[in-house]
Design a protein around this ligand. Structure first.
Ligand code: CO8
Length: 373
């Protein structure tokens, strides 16, 4: 079997960005007005007052300083606290298609591919804009790609799981070249009134071109040496939004129809699983952690990545060994590790090794070991 490579990556970043200070100001304004509306119950001791959020807490607990979003005004409006993204008529490209096209064109151009070279489109992300037709099929049409496409969702691990699917499709001959697109509009499913989570996510779209080394002409190619996936059921990160919500009105408007998590448990349970997976995956390829030049880790929390880096390497990982993009982008779900890879691989020489690794809801973990061609 000939080698299979990632030959191009693309990144669409929304124009609007929200700083922690802006987000906290809006949140605290909403808290003050909710507390004054409930002053009687609060003063009577029947209800706990809501607490302010803080810039210091956010940066210290997560490492996040800002996030890009599709719509800043709606999120920061204390009367609304949700992005304002008008529905489009069916005759216009949907938003996920629009940002997907932008990231995909960049990835195709880097790989030196035309739409005619591509056989398959995988849209892999945490939240799909609609049930059907598949976003992948709309994107396929918008890009002028013949062949097939489908959507898949493994939350934060969607992109790494799609990489394995792409590799398998090329290896078994069902596609020559696969385009993976991760349109993550996380602000649509984030509860901006939840003090524990209102700062966590941002919006973005990434794309990757995967093909056989035999057809690849890109100057920058990374061979997929191995792909390892793991899932283990947990309720600690959950979103109960779904098509059956209308069949039980009692749940309407409940916070569980948006992102909810027990962040502390996620932190404690997931970090060791991720480190163990990376080490075992390397071992199965007869590689050692010392041979890694870089870990492009999922971007959820800076301390999480520092802990994983330390467990894998047996010492602190330097900023160059485990680069951070979450300070600027926040958690962009499946796109996070792909952004890190997209931005931090120029210094790789032929033969250098890295691991692209995601982890998140499910729980789900995906590790992809890459070698620069
Ligand atoms: N401001 C000030 N104080 C706060 C705030 C705030 N905003 N929030 C909480 N606090 C307080 C708490 O009340 C608590 O106070 P006390 O000690 O008095 O009880 C104190 O701060 C500490 O709170 P925590 O224990 O919750 O704080 P942590 O240090 O654990 O940090 C984090 C919280 C940042 C959430 C951290 O636990 C974390 O990052 N965990 C890992 C999360 C993670 O990786 N999740 C992955 C989820 S993403 C995924 O899989 C994809 C989902 C799909 C995307 C959908 C898009 C929306």
């Amino acid at each position: 079997m000939s080698a299979i490579v990632i030959s191009g990556t693309g990144l669409f970043t929304p124009e609007q960005s929200i700083s922690n200070a802006e987000l906290v100001e809006s949140f605290n304004t909403w808290v003050d007005s909710a507390n004054s509306a409930n002053a009687i119950a609060i003063n009577a001791g029947e209800q706990e007052p809501l607490q302010h959020s803080s810039v210091e807490f956010i940066e210290k607990a997560s490492g996040i300083k800002s996030r890009y979003v599709i719509d800043k005004t709606g999120i920061l409006d204390p009367e609304r606290m949700a992005p304002r993204i008008p529905e489009r008529p069916n005759t216009e490209p949907s938003l996920q298609c629009e940002i997907g096209v932008a990231a995909a064109r960049q990835a195709l151009s880097m790989a030196g591919k035309t739409p005619q070279d591509v056989d398959a489109v995988l849209v892999a992300c945490s939240n799909l804009q609609r049930a059907y037709p598949a976003m992948a099929v709309e994107l396929q049409a918008a890009l002028g790609i013949e062949g097939w496409g489908y959507d898949m969702n493994v939350a934060c691990s969607s992109a790494t799981f799609a990489l394995q699917q792409a590799r398998d499709s090329i290896a078994n001959g069902s596609a020559r070249c696969v385009l993976i697109i991760n349109p993550e509009i996380c602000s649509g499913h984030l509860n901006f009134r939840d003090r524990d989570a209102h700062f966590i996510f941002g919006d973005v779209c990434t794309a990757m071109v995967v093909e056989s080394a035999e057809t690849a002409t890109s100057e920058s190619q990374f061979e997929i040496l191995g792909a390892r996936l793991q899932t283990s059921f947990s309720n600690n990160i959950r979103n109960n939004f779904g098509f059956l919500n209308r069949a039980d009105e009692t749940g309407a408007g409940q916070p569980d129809k948006l992102f909810v998590q027990n962040g502390r448990k996620v932190f404690k349970e997931v970090c060791p699983m991720v480190a163990e997976q990376i080490v075992a995956h390397l071992e199965s390829l007869e590689l050692t952690p010392e041979q890694l030049k870089r870990m492009w880790l999922h971007q959820a929390n800076l301390s999480m990545n520092q802990l994983i880096g330390k467990r894998v390497l047996g010492r602190e990982a330097s900023a160059a060994e485990a680069p951070t993009i979450l300070d600027e982008y926040a958690n962009t779900s499946s796109a996070g590790s792909v952004i890190a890879f997209h931005k931090y691989n120029d210094d790789f020489a032929s033969g250098d090794l890295g691991v692209l690794c995601s982890f998140g809801a499910g729980y789900s973990i995906g590790s992809i070991v890459l070698r620069k061609v």
